[in-house]
Design a protein around this ligand. Structure first.
Ligand SMILES: *[C@@H]1O[C@H](CO)[C@@H](O)[C@H](O)[C@H]1NC(C)=O
Ligand SMILES: *[C@@H]1O[C@H](CO)[C@@H](O)[C@H](O)[C@H]1NC(C)=O
Ligand SMILES: *[C@@H]1O[C@H](CO)[C@@H](O)[C@H](O)[C@H]1NC(C)=O
Ligand SMILES: *[C@@H]1O[C@H](CO)[C@@H](O)[C@H](O)[C@H]1NC(C)=O
Ligand SMILES: *[C@@H]1O[C@H](CO)[C@@H](O)[C@H](O)[C@H]1NC(C)=O
Ligand SMILES: *[C@@H]1O[C@H](CO)[C@@H](O)[C@H](O)[C@H]1NC(C)=O
Length: 540
């Protein structure tokens, strides 16, 4: 199941969304992650908004557990009395008969049925031992509350109760609100109401008597945790100034956390008795019965997603902005160039910047350059450079078979320092060679050049008497006798038609197999740094 939307923030909060939906359905598909098309005086325009999923009925996605586990009535079957009339004790709870069973799921089914369906506890048979029940609602996902939590009791509201919340999947719990007919007596707290709170005391945990008193339980069935009244402290009584609330939420983590939960726990501590004294002769009148629990909220996606999916019994955000995790609480791999941060509630240009500079994992720091309104990676590692560390440093070239986020993406050019013009190479690792030099790294000589800290065209001169086997130096080149060849006349000349080489040992040469000629040639070549040339004739 998926819920996805594109509404302006104001629309969400004021319920204008339905109007927008009915009047401009054509605009529906044309939205981007953080903007939606809206109709204004100038026609259709883009409205930028926080990236967050639509608020939904969160009770569809929860797991409920009861403590003690066998506290639901009906196993074994039992009769109970109406609270207002102890002589009406013909009600029966039987877990094994569908019409008489009151399992926990009935707290979350559709209301409006007749008769009302509800979960019910066992009766208070063990009085004066307290009748304690914990009802724990778990989402295994952080959610943000957007409306009041409303619990509807079918047999009088509890005289003492605590609503607790967890932000860490049930490991630790904090009270959210205390409820009692007498706060001082039950919790040694001064009774307060949400109207006593101000912007400064909004986070205070209060005990309220608003939802516990009054015996006319048929008309006062609900217990609330007031979210909207708290929002109103920032957004005004009719929530008309949500921007003010968002501004606060953007900057105040405590405030954000206050409305964020992973679990809720309703701790029922004392059932309705309808009187100050418990009638011990009729304990079957006392029990808890809940017909409905409302929890409206949205997946917390840190303002990096505008939809949330329920898949395999699990809620998770569909993260944008190159973020990931169930709450979009991390940067995706290869997008860790800038430290993760939450998105913004405020529209651009003030908020929703969400710029993630990608550095392909070669830098963990980015810097915003205001002058050019650009974010660049700082101190690219692994021999990379560029705004996103997407290029190789000079002197390195891209390893075509490596991903851009590979540590070895840049390979050193390794240009031969004597043979190359610089230590830079082209995209396939070829260096720029000096005259007479060749090879990818400029490590070889062209024909007619001799390696001497690079390739030199000057083979010999009058001082450097390098020519061998009687060769003479003419214009810096060796002029070889007919018996030899090569740059330095180091190579005996082979006459293949004679089957051997002419030379001082020509007598034996005819006995040798022809291949020895080439062996000798190679040996000499090694000594003289001579290079085989296909243009041997030219050298002669
Ligand atoms: C529930 O279980 C506990 C422990 O097993 C037991 O002591 C208690 O009597 C049971 N209560 C009911 C109502 O069955
Ligand atoms: C309910 O939860 C509280 C803590 O929140 C715990 O102390 C208590 O043992 C739990 N069980 C019952 C039946 O109250
Ligand atoms: C909660 O969700 C995580 C994944 O995010 C999963 O591994 C875990 O099993 C879930 N826990 C429960 C109790 O469903
Ligand atoms: C996320 O990454 C993609 C691909 O690199 C990029 O085009 C996009 O602009 C990024 N989004 C944000 C919000 O940074
Ligand atoms: C190029 O990258 C691939 C894949 O990472 C690697 O196996 C290979 O060794 C790299 N080549 C060089 C020359 O570094
Ligand atoms: C690099 O230079 C070599 C030799 O000139 C050439 O074959 C190759 O195509 C060049 N590569 C690129 C990416 O320009």
């Amino acid at each position: 199941m998926r819920f996805q939307f594109a509404l302006t923030l104001q629309a969400i909060w004021t319920g204008m969304c339905h109007a927008a939906m009915q009047h401009y359905p054509a605009a529906w598909g044309h939205y981007d992650v953080c903007k939606s098309q809206v109709y204004s005086d100038e026609g259709l325009t883009w409205d930028y908004m926080a990236c967050q999923p639509e608020a939904a009925d969160m009770t569809q996605f929860l797991k409920v557990s009861l403590d003690p586990p066998n506290i639901t009535c009906g196993d074994p079957p039992e009769t109970y009395c109406a609270l207002e009339n102890p002589y009406m004790c013909n009600n029966e709870c039987d877990a094994n008969t569908e019409e008489l069973a009151h399992p926990p799921q009935l707290m979350f089914d559709i209301e409006g049925r007749n008769p009302t369906t509800f979960w019910q506890s066992t009766t208070w048979k063990k009085y004066p031992k307290a009748l304690l029940v914990n009802i724990t609602l778990s989402w295994n996902k952080t959610i943000e509350l957007t409306d009041d939590i409303v619990i509807t009791f079918e047999s009088g509201r509890p005289e003492q109760m605590v609503l607790e919340k967890s932000l860490d999947y049930g490991r630790t719990w904090q009270p959210y609100q205390f409820y009692a007919t007498d706060c001082l007596d039950a919790f040694t707290m001064e009774p307060k109401t949400v109207q006593d709170l101000s912007q400064h005391t909004l986070l205070d945990i209060i005990c309220t008597e608003d939802y516990s008193r009054g015996y006319v339980w048929k008309y006062d069935k609900t217990v609330r945790f007031e979210i909207k009244d708290r929002f109103a402290l920032f957004a005004g009584p009719r929530l008309h100034n949500m921007a003010s609330l968002y501004g606060q939420l953007d900057t105040t983590k405590n405030l954000r956390d206050f409305f964020t939960i992973t679990d809720l726990r309703i701790r029922l501590l004392r059932p309705a008795t309808g009187a100050t004294v418990v009638d011990e002769s009729s304990l079957s009148r006392y029990f808890y019965a809940i017909s409905d629990i409302k929890v409206q909220g949205r997946c917390k996606c840190n303002l990096h997603a505008n939809s949330c999916v329920f898949d395999k019994e699990k809620l998770s955000c569909e993260c944008e902005h190159n973020t990931t995790g169930p709450d979009c609480g991390r940067c995706k791999r290869s997008y860790q160039g800038r430290a993760w941060s939450a998105g913004s509630y405020l529209p651009i240009p003030k908020g929703t910047a969400n710029i993630y500079c990608e550095c392909f994992g070669h830098s963990n720091r980015c810097s915003y350059l205001e002058v050019i309104n650009t974010v660049i990676c700082v101190s690219c590692k692994h021999n990379t450079r560029g705004q996103h560390c997407q290029l190789c440093k000079l002197g390195y070239y891209r390893n075509a078979s490596a991903e851009l986020d590979d540590e070895n993406v840049c390979i050193e050019c390794n240009c031969n320092p004597s043979g190359s013009v610089s230590d830079h190479c082209n995209g396939t690792g070829y260096c720029t060679c000096k005259e007479g030099t060749t090879g990818p790294k400029c490590q070889e000589c062209l024909p007619g050049y001799l390696w001497e800290n690079g390739c030199k065209s000057r083979v010999c001169d009058n001082e450097l008497l390098r020519c061998q086997n009687g060769g003479e130096c003419v214009s810096n080149r060796c002029s070889c006798p007919a018996s030899h060849t090569g740059l330095l006349c180091e190579k005996p000349r082979c006459e293949s038609e004679l089957g051997g080489c002419k030379g001082p040992e020509s007598g034996q040469a005819s006995l040798r197999p022809p291949s020895l000629c080439s062996v000798l040639t190679l040996l000499l070549a090694g000594v003289a740094l001579w290079r085989e040339t296909p243009r041997r004739a030219a050298a002669l």
